[in-house]
Design a protein around this ligand. Structure first.
Ligand SMILES: [Zn+2]
Ligand SMILES: [Zn+2]
Length: 328
């Protein structure tokens, strides 16, 4: 089979999978009442899923993996060359999944690495699309480590689109807002049952449920958290305990330097940029009825010196207090 035909097949499967998951979320939701156009939907779709993926794919394959492949002689390492495609896919599926488990665990344990992962946890409303929200550096590290060995070890070129399809399908599945009970299979395969807890704002899960495809790793290394009930439907039950920017670029800037958006609003350039999105949304809402239906008006925010007073101390739950060590 040639590459273009395979691409058509994988794209078709992916589109069918998206439709299936969206329907499943409507029919049997894990959290009831979660809107389809939930908070951060457009940021996740436009910035993370489309724009970031497009540019990072070029960077990773053309500017990292290709030079690596051409500047070194890897012929001595190509022990998988004669394996069948199924064996190659399984090999990379398992080895990469174990790597992801370990690196993910490290990201939760190390303050610097946490800065490359907190974006993924910032959503308060988790659904099939939420998994796409990953810091650019996190994607560069993880996908280079994922795809470089496939190229370097001389795997069949079809392994890349097949592996990418499985990644996308699994990523959507474990974040999907669906009620799913895998029975005994849950000790082997990951599902929303375990991964949605990983996105909850609770002490118990900050260092638990790191698996992506095989929950086996969490069970094997003693990091599974499966209390048999749900985290709750309130905003504070989900995401991060601290304020986090909603804008793609500010999210990346926040990983480098912590800032208070409200204080920055006194700068005209920041105010202009910060209010650009609400102005655009409101303009589109005025123009098109259909847009207004799905996107409630957003208020622009202005800097008010009186707002600068320290806020009332937040009532932190014991759960959230635990996260204080991950400083603002
Ligand atoms: Zn995590
Ligand atoms: Zn996740």
């Amino acid at each position: 089979m040639d590459q273009s035909k395979l691409l058509v097949i994988t794209t078709t499967i992916l589109i069918c999978w998206v439709i299936f998951i969206i329907a499943w979320e409507r029919i049997s939701p894990y959290r009831k009442g979660l809107p389809f156009f939930r908070e951060g939907f457009w940021v996740d779709l436009v910035w993370y899923t489309i724009i970031q993926s497009y540019f990072l794919k070029i960077l990773i394959f053309d500017y990292i993996i290709a030079p690596l492949q051409h500047h070194f002689d890897w012929s001595g390492f190509q022990f998988i060359k004669n394996w069948s495609i199924t064996e190659q896919v399984l090999f990379f599926l398992v080895t990469h999944d174990l790597y992801i488990y370990l690196f993910h665990r490290l990201q939760h344990a190390n303050k610097t690495l946490w800065r490359t992962h907190e974006a993924h946890h910032s959503g308060k409303e988790v659904d099939f699309l939420a998994g796409s929200r990953s810091h650019a550096l996190e994607i560069i590290i993880n996908q280079t480590i994922e795809f470089a060995p496939i190229v370097i070890l001389g795997a069949n070129p079809m392994v890349i689109p097949i592996k990418a399809l499985l990644d996308a399908m699994f990523g959507m599945f474990i974040h999907a807002n669906v009620n799913v009970k895998l029975g005994k299979l849950k000790y082997f395969l990951n599902s929303p049952e375990l991964h949605l807890w990983h996105h909850a704002n609770y002490r118990e899960v900050f260092h638990a449920n790191f698996s992506t495809k095989f929950s086996l790793w969490d069970h094997l290394f003693g990091t599974a958290y499966d209390p048999g009930h749900k985290p709750g439907d309130n905003r504070e039950n989900w995401g991060l305990y601290y304020d986090y920017p909603k804008d793609y670029f500010l999210q990346h800037a926040f990983s480098v330097k912590r800032f208070d958006e409200q204080k920055l609003l006194r700068y005209r350039w920041f105010n202009w940029y910060y209010n650009l999105r609400p102005r655009m949304v409101n303009w589109l809402s005025r123009k098109w009825k259909i847009f207004r239906k799905f996107n409630p008006a957003i208020e622009t925010v202005e800097y008010k010196p009186s707002d600068n007073l320290p806020p009332e101390p937040l009532e932190l739950s014991p759960v959230q207090e635990n996260y204080i060590s991950y400083d603002k």
